[in-house]
Design a protein around this ligand. Structure first.
Ligand SMILES: Nc1nc2c(c(=O)[nH]1)N[C@H]1C(S)=C(S)[C@@H](COP(=O)(O)O)O[C@H]1N2
Ligand SMILES: [Mo]
Length: 475
């Protein structure tokens, strides 16, 4: 009973704390802080491999980890609240939360938790017990009612604040592709676009255009910040470009192709002027993600800062309001939700680089069979047997694709569909007329004399290599 009571108080405390965090992000949120520490571990190669072997790709492992943190947090608080007097439990909670958040308002957690515990103790006490200590009960009942009233006011205002925040995201008009107009072939709709984040999705930054600014500073002539409308003075550029996650296995789903719109980083850097000592561009994002790029590479004309994907402003999950695009690199080199660009004389390794992933993250030549799909590898001999897929090598051209349908004994050339941009993947088709039976299909590509690497290598640390191959059953 004591522990159930404490559990209810702990849940209420967590909800209040979360609403307070939504309203005042500066306060921090203890379960999130613990989770943040944990995801740093999740990024470590050994643990990363292990978690992915258990949960597959994508966010599954993170959701599991976050659930664990929440249970630990609620369980710990329930133990405290169940075993100790409300005042003492409140005091211990205050100390823990202040240490976690490194923020004095954390004391409030202790006060609210102690109050909730005291209030619930009273409300859930048996009637006889109340009657025997009449004088004291009246007093503590009033106190309990006060605590509950205060709690509901906090919940209500937090809820209103959340609604307000959700509704007020204003966006700039779409340029380039008209919104809702059909996408050219091979372009991935935003709704199907792959998604990878160091954060749990619910805690990705949700940025309001009005309060967002891009700070450009460090070794520049004129430090300054830009609002979103101010960035529109730069010449607008539209580019089709394929993005792939470095942890995508050969044939995997973490690769998409889109039409991006934005402006050149070089134009922005010219606007602030560069100091002679500047050697590196250091990016910072609203979620604490960091990355870097040597200045020489950053000044190339196809390094973009983009505001739109497929004719729409970036969605919150894909980086609203501004993300970096560096052709030829895996996604990890290209921060979303950027808030600051700092010019520096020295390098500062990025978020994943510090966790032993590739420093340059140059994409490997890779090929994927999309039809028949590896997940439903069945075909009808009298149906559609035309194989389809893509090959991709960053900004380098794919010049030849070969398909095998006999377990890599013989190979035949596939037909390439020329890409509209040198940064986009190359779609291909392959016609065959199989009779019923089982076939091991495979694909490989060339870029001039460079052949796709046949060695089956894991994504860590430089990106996966090997041929995409699986068995297809033809009926
Ligand atoms: N701020 C920030 N930017 C980020 C990341 C992140 O966690 N935070 N993840 C990177 C990684 S690993 C990839 S693969 C791409 C994924 O972008 P997408 O989810 O829009 O496809 O974003 C990159 N940029
Ligand atoms: Mo990634």
């Amino acid at each position: 009973m004591r522990f159930l009571r404490a559990f209810i108080a702990a849940v209420a405390l967590s909800l209040l704390g979360y609403l307070a965090y939504l309203t005042f992000p500066g306060l921090g949120y203890p379960p999130l802080i613990v989770f943040g520490k944990l995801t740093q571990l999740l990024g470590l190669p050994v643990i990363f491999q292990f978690v992915h072997s258990l949960f597959g790709l994508g966010q599954g492992g993170k959701i599991f980890a976050f659930t664990g943190v929440v249970l630990l947090w609620l369980g710990g608080l329930s133990l405290l609240g169940g075993a100790l007097k409300p005042q003492v439990a409140g005091l211990v909670t205050a100390v823990i939360v202040v240490l976690l958040t490194r923020n004095w308002p954390g004391v409030l957690y202790g006060v609210v938790y102690g109050g909730l515990l005291a209030a619930l103790t009273h409300l859930l006490a048996p009637r006889e017990a109340r009657r025997t200590h009449h004088g004291a009960t009246d007093h503590s009942r009033r106190a309990a009612t006060g605590w509950l009233a205060l709690g509901s006011v906090a919940v209500a205002s937090g809820g209103l604040a959340t609604l307000y925040r959700g509704g007020s995201q204003s966006r700039t008009a779409a340029v380039g592709l008209k919104p809702g107009s059909p996408l050219p072939g091979g372009v991935t709709p935003v709704s199907e676009w792959y998604y990878v984040s160091k954060n749990l999705e619910a805690f990705d930054p949700k940025i309001k255009a009005e309060s967002w600014k891009l700070q450009v500073d460090g070794l520049v002539r004129r430090e300054r910040s830009y609002t979103l409308p101010e960035l529109q003075k730069f010449e607008q550029v539209t580019e089709e470009l394929t993005l792939s996650c470095i942890s995508n296995p050969v044939g995997g789903p973490l690769m998409s192709n889109g039409i991006w719109q934005g402006f050149r980083l070089a134009d922005l850097l010219a606007d602030v002027g560069l100091d002679r000592q500047a050697r590196y561009v250091l990016w910072e994002a609203a979620d604490g993600y960091t990355e870097s790029l040597p200045l020489g590479q950053a000044l190339e004309r196809d390094v973009l800062l983009v505001t739109h994907l497929n004719g729409e402003p970036l969605s919150p999950r894909h980086g609203f309001p501004l993300r970096v695009l560096i052709p030829g690199r895996y996604g990890m080199k290209q921060p979303r939700w950027i808030t600051r660009i700092r010019l520096s004389a020295t390098d500062k390794p990025g978020y994943w680089v510090k966790r032993d992933w590739s420093k340059t993250a140059l994409v490997e030549l890779t090929s994927r069979i999309d039809y028949p799909a590896e997940t439903t590898p069945v075909l009808r001999a009298d149906g559609d047997t035309r194989m389809r897929g893509i090959s991709f090598f960053g900004s380098r051209p794919v010049t030849r694709v070969e398909v095998s349908t006999d377990g890599q004994k013989t190979w035949k050339e596939a037909k390439l569909i020329p890409p509209r941009s040198k940064h986009a993947w190359t779609p291909w088709t392959f016609d065959w007329s199989p009779t019923p039976g089982a076939y091991e299909v495979a694909v490989r590509a060339w870029s001039g004399t460079i052949a796709q690497k046949p060695e089956e290598k894991d994504a860590l640390p430089e990106g996966a290599t090997g041929y995409h191959h699986f068995i297809v059953n033809v009926s």
